[in-house]
Design a protein around this ligand. Structure first.
Ligand code: PA5
Length: 445
C-alpha cells in the first residue's frame, strides 16, 4: 500500500494535539462511511474500483482496438477540470519522458483540448490534426461547459470535412450524462458511441470512470492494473483505524492548518512524470475544500528543479506552508555515474552510484533543511510509478479528501464558486438570457 509518514511533523506538534485531530478525522471517516454527510449523493466514486464491471472495461478497450484498426495515431481528448486532469495525470505519469520525440507507434498519442479558450492553442492543434489520423473523445458531465463545447465544435467540423459525416461519427466518442445536456442530445442525433458519467460521481472524482479510463486506455496504458491498485486501496482504507493512511493524512493536514496556521500545502515530487499528479491533486483538494472562507491552498513544486526557484522561499520566506512529499522508492530505469580519469567535475566520489541515489539524498537533505526552516513534512511513499501504484495513490487522495473536507467542516462534493466567472463571461459574451447581466457588467468596465 502507499504509506503516509508524518514523522516530519513531530517537532511541530505534540502527541495530544495529533490524537485530537485523529479523533476528528475518525469521526469524519464514520460520516463518509455511513454516507450521512453533506454531498452524500456524490459518493459513487467510493466503490468504483471494486465495482467497475468487466463489461465496461471491455467496452473501453474495444474503442481503443477499433481505432487502432483504423490506424488512428492522434486522439484529441476534449474536457476541462475533472473531465481532463485525471486522464492527463495518469498518461503523463506512465509515459516515457520523451515519447513524442521518440515517435513511438505502439499506441495513439493523446492530446488535450477544451481545457482553455486560447485561439492559438486550437489553431495549432488543427495544424497537428491536419498531419495525422485523428479520433476524438469529448467529455463533459454536464454537457454544457463552454470550453469543451467550443473545442468540440472546431474538432467536429474538422473530422466531418476530413472523413465525411458517417466516418467522423465512428471517430467520435462522447462521455456525458445518461440523459441530459447538449452533448447528450448531440450524441444521440449524430449516433456517437457514448459512455456515461454516473450521476453520483463528481468530475474531480471521475478518473476511474470512462472519463479517465478511455483516454488512458487509448494512450496504451493498462487500465486493469490502475483499477486493481485502486481496488487494493479501497479495501485497505475502508478499515477504521488511527493508522489508516487516509486518516493519518487528513488528521495531520487539518492539525497543521487549524492549530499552526499552515494555510498552504505544497505537493512535492522528485520525478517530472508526477507533475500532473500534482495538478490533479490541486483540483481535487482545491475544489473540494476551498469554500466558506476556509481551506488549505494547494500548491506544488517539481524538485530538484524548483529547489533552484521556489526553494529559497520555502526555506526562509513566510512560514505559512507545509509540504507533502511524494516519495518514490524505486526508479524503473538505471543510470550509473561512471568514474572519470580527470575528475574535473569532482564527481568521482559518486562513482558507481545510481542517479536515483543522488535524487533520494537531495530529497532527504531538503526534508531535513525544510524541517529546520519551519516547514513540517508529510511523506507519501510509493514503491514505483506504475499503473498499480498510481491507482492506489489516486484512490488514497480521493478517500483522504472526503475525510479531510468533513474534518474541516465543508461539503467536499460541490463547487458553487466556479459559477461566478461563468456568469460574468456569459454576460460579456452577450449570451441570450443574460441581457440584464450584460448591461450591469458593462457599467462596471
Ligand atoms: O470537478 C468538477 O466537477 C469540475 O471540475 C468539472 O469536472 C468541470 O467543471 C467540467 O465539467 P463538465 O464535465 O460538466 O464539463
Amino acid at each position: 500500500m502507499v504509506k503516509v509518514d508524518v514523522k516530519g511533523c513531530c517537532s511541530f506538534v505534540d502527541e495530544a494535539q495529533y490524537q485530537a485531530y485523529v479523533e476528528k478525522a475518525l469521526a469524519a471517516f464514520d460520516v463518509l462511511e455511513a454516507e450521512t454527510g453533506e454531498g452524500n449523493d456524490f459518493l459513487g466514486w467510493k466503490h468504483l474500483p471494486t465495482e467497475i464491471p468487466n463489461s465496461l472495461v471491455n467496452d473501453v478497450e474495444a474503442v481503443r482496438n477499433n481505432w487502432a484498426a483504423k490506424g488512428v495515431d492522434l486522439v484529441i481528448a476534449i474536457g476541462i477540470g475533472g473531465s481532463y486532469l485525471g486522464a492527463k495525470c495518469v498518461i503523463e505519469a506512465l509515459s516515457h519522458n520523451f515519447a513524442k520525440q521518440l515517435r513511438r507507434k505502439d499506441a495513439a498519442e493523446v492530446v488535450f483540448a477544451g481545457n482553455n479558450l486560447s485561439e492559438e492553442y486550437l489553431a495549432e492543434l488543427m495544424d497537428l490534426a491536419a498531419e495525422r489520423n485523428v479520433a476524438c473523445i469529448v467529455i463533459s458531465k454536464s454537457g454544457t461547459t463552454t470550453e469543451p463545447a467550443v473545442a468540440f465544435r472546431v474538432v467536429k467540423q474538422f473530422l466531418e470535412s476530413r472523413y465525411g459525416k458517417v466516418e467522423a461519427s465512428e471517430r467520435i466518442v462522447a462521455i456525458t450524462d445518461a440523459v441530459k445536456g447538449a452533448l447528450k442530445t448531440l450524441s444521440v442525433q449524430e449516433g456517437y458511441k457514448t459512455f456515461i458519467v454516473p450521476d453520483n460521481v463528481g468530475g474531480r472524482f471521475s478518473v476511474l470512470t470512462p472519463v479517465g479510463l478511455l483516454p488512458i486506455s487509448v494512450a496504451g496504458f493498462d487500465i486493469r492494473q490502475l483499477i486493481a491498485g485502486a481496488a487494493a486501496a479501497e479495501k485497505e482504507l475502508a478499515v477504521r483505524s488511527e493508522d489508516n493512511p487516509a486518516v493519518v493524512y487528513a488528521a495531520m493536514r487539518n492539525l497543521l492548518f487549524s492549530e499552526l496556521g499552515k494555510k498552504v500545502e505544497i505537493l512535492v515530487n522528485y520525478n517530472p512524470k508526477l507533475t500532473y499528479v500534482a495538478e490533479w491533486w490541486k483540483q481535487l483538494y482545491g475544489e473540494s475544500e476551498g469554500k466558506n472562507g476556509t481551506g488549505i491552498f494547494p500548491a506544488s513544486v517539481n524538485n530538484t528543479a524548483d529547489l533552484h526557484s521556489m526553494g529559497q522561499f520555502i526555506q526562509e520566506g513566510s512560514r505559512v506552508m507545509f509540504e507533502t512529499v511524494l516519495h518514490v522508492e524505486n526508479a524503473q530505469r538505471s543510470v550509473v555515474i561512471e568514474s572519470d580519469e580527470q575528475n574535473l567535475d569532482q564527481l568521482n566520489y559518486l562513482s558507481g552510484r545510481h542517479v536515483e541515489h543522488c535524487n533520494h539524498m537531495a530529497e532527504l537533505g531538503t526534508r531535513i533543511a525544510h524541517i529546520d526552516g519551519g516547514v513540517p513534512q508529510i511523506e507519501i511513499c510509493m514503491d514505483k510509478v506504475d499503473a498499480f501504484n498510481l491507482g492506489m495513490l489516486l484512490y488514497l487522495f480521493e478517500f483522504a479528501c472526503g475525510i479531510s473536507a468533513y474534518t474541516l467542516g465543508v461539503n467536499p462534493f460541490n463547487q458553487p464558486g466556479v459559477e461566478a466567472y461563468k456568469k460574468n463571461m456569459f454576460a460579456l459574451l452577450e449570451k441570450p438570457g443574460y441581457e440584464e447581466a450584460t448591461k450591469a457588467i458593462k457599467q462596471r468596465l
